[in-house]
Ligand binder design. Structure first.
Ligand code: PEP
Ligand code: MN
Length: 342
């Protein structure tokens, strides 16, 4: 249930209402907007009399929220969530480019790619250290050494870093990591989600291969309900009957998730297609469709990459793509004049 308050509500009446709700075991999550404060009510609201609350002087409207996700719901939080990481931000109209290799392989590799993607306009560096591989015999990542090298690349370039966490027990190793990625295979690792809810670190939550929008939003809800508001949704392709592409990129998720939720939406065209040649067009389509950003695998030598080489684009291809994305983003933002001048 949500309670929409009138502008400048009387403080004593508001305190009384909050106390009355809490006495009934209801958790109240206020969202202060520019013109209106919204109280999100979580708990068993079935016995709360809507007419009684609606009749209060300070109340504008009361509505029931049918969806099981509350904190992630746009109705609870009408404004877009904007996540700030150092001098960059995710959401709120900016275009975030997260780029880097699937896996950290060496200092030379990660620092070199970091410098290249930064020069092309990437704002965040990606690189896996703990890799969730389908085969137990495949390269599993460099683990702690991978984290150390990723942090070296952060030091060398100033780029914030994003890397995958596979288990809650790894959290102490990720202290200096800026964005914790939860992989598609771990989207419903609820003990991990609960542990991330206790931190305040931004979490890039990837959609599971067979997860509905609601499943994804319920996983986000685990993190948000724990008190961490910094969740980024990521579509990375889902399993369908198509086998030409590695997965099927569901771009309808962008307007859908943005309607259902206030959380930023990032698209991963690399895992969604599995083919480097398809990445640029899908990346452009995602930005045209209103995505808040992209996470793209970039490798200096895709043919010899230890993981996901076939879907990795080169730094030169990323450079060309980043320029195109910037132009599309400006059109989407309505800044047409600027595009024409370029
Ligand atoms: C990755 O980002 O390299 C990765 C393993 O992604 P996903 O969880 O989407 O497969
Ligand atoms: Mn990968």
């Amino acid at each position: 249930m949500i309670v929409l308050l009138k502008e400048h509500p009387d403080e004593r009446q508001l305190d009384n209402l909050l106390g009355w709700l809490r006495e009934r075991g209801i958790d109240v999550h206020p969202t202060v907007g520019e013109h209106q404060t919204i109280l999100g009510l979580i708990g068993d609201t079935s016995k709360i009399d809507i007419d009684l609350i609606s009749a209060l002087d300070i109340v504008d409207d009361v509505r029931r929220v049918q969806e099981p996700y509350k904190n992630a719901n746009r109705k609870f939080h009408p404004d877009d969530t904007v996540i700030r990481i150092g001098s960059t931000q995710i959401g709120g109209g900016s275009l975030t480019l997260i780029a880097g290799p699937c896996s950290v392989e060496s200092e030379e590799q990660i620092v070199g790619i970091a410098k290249a993607v930064k020069a092309s306009g990437a704002t965040i560096l990606r690189g896996g250290a703990f890799k969730p591989r389908t085969s137990p015999y495949a390269f599993q990542g460099m683990h702690i050494e991978g984290i150390r090298l990723l942090l070296k690349a952060k030091e060398a370039t100033g780029l914030p870093v994003c890397t995958e966490i596979m288990d809650a027990s790894q959290l102490p190793l990720f202290e200096d990591i800026d964005i914790l990625q939860v992989g598609a295979r771990n989207m419903q690792n609820f003990s991990l989600l609960r542990a991330l809810g206790k931190t305040r670190k931004p979490v890039l939550l990837k959609r599971g291969m067979a997860a509905s929008y609601q499943d994804l939003l319920m996983s986000a809800e685990y993190i948000l309900a724990g008190g961490n508001p910094n969740v980024i949704l990521c579509e990375r392709g889902i399993r369908t009957f198509e086998t030409y592409t590695r997965n099927t990129l569901d771009l309808a998720c962008i307007p859908s998730l943005k309607t259902l939720s206030h959380l930023p939406v990032i698209i991963d065209p690399s895992h969604a297609t599995g083919k480097a040649a398809l990445v640029p067009s899908m990346a452009c389509a995602a930005v045209a469709g209103g995505a808040d950003g992209l996470i793209i695998e970039v490798h200096n030598d895709p043919a010899h990459a230890l993981c996901d080489g076939p879907q990795s684009i080169t730094p030169a291809a990323f450079d060309k793509l980043a320029g195109e994305l910037e132009q599309i983003h400006q059109i989407v933002q309505g800044d047409r004049e600027d595009v024409i001048i370029r």
